[in-house]
Design a protein around this ligand. Sequence first.
Ligand code: SF4
Length: 335
Amino acid sequence: MFVPKRVFFERDALRYPLGERLYHRFKSSGLPLSYTTGHNRVTGVPGDTPRRAYAEAKATLVVGVKRSLEFQGSRPSADYALPLVTGCPGHCQYCYLQTTLGPRPYIRVYVNVDEILARAGRYIKERLPKETSFEGSCTSDPVPVEPYTGSLASAVRFFAGQEKGRFRFVTKDPQVSGLLGVEHGGHTEARVSLSPRYVEETFEAGVAPTSERVRAARQLWKAGYAVGFLVAPVMVYPGWKEELEDLLRQVAKAAEWAPFLEVVTHRFTARAKRLILARHPGTLLPLEEEGRQYRFGQFGYGKYVYPPKVLEDIRAFLQEETQRILPGSQVRYVV
Ligand code: SF4
């Protein structure tokens, strides 16, 4: 379980029952507590090199209030991002949060969960009679802090009561027990994130091994959730096809159902490259611009992605292998 080294509180967060509860919980556990004037400008996280500052920030929890309730879009995963948590204690070198969070990789939890969910309810109403979907992991892995906040469970319960609202989240954290008994009404989809062996062994740290993640997926499925896998990031290196095939076989061995798959290929931004090289000097990540295509993303920054021909190879390979190894499963998208 994620245990932070230090916790910062916005004073306003203490006006909410969850903020107050978290304050007493962390105070009684003896963790160093401080106040911050805003969750977006926390100062006082130690670290005299980019590498150490990064590691210390990843061990820092900030408890705040989500003030902007204009939700961002979250394509292709969902219509909107549901901002319950920002950040993740994991240390995956390739992580998209290197770009999204840039110099602020500390973990933020928001205590005004009821206000956030009420806003989601208004989005749903505005779009009726269409269904509206929300992604709970747009800028986070929300599961590591769930034992503290319970906010993911609150969201699952909220969406169970929304006829036209759907919720989804993705995680690499197998500690999903807090979600298993929650009434979800079939309105929440869980995805467990998996990566091929070389990617897991070379670029991931501070996250559970694949076998435990697959076990968590099974638990969620047994609890009645729709469960799929996010295969990410797919990279091209000697043996990538064999490793993806192995991964699919591992899923097939554990899954008594036909899980859907979503696939994200490796990409990076100039900002992420700069930060990754400072935080993980000597990284083996493929960060050369040559051989990539530059494309503008939905958040206004450009990224280096695999060119169409390579993407098409990956797509065709995964479609074919999924049909063969996981008959009945659907590859929803490969981006
Ligand atoms: Fe990023 Fe996911 Fe790894 Fe967390 S677990 S560091 S969100 S890739």
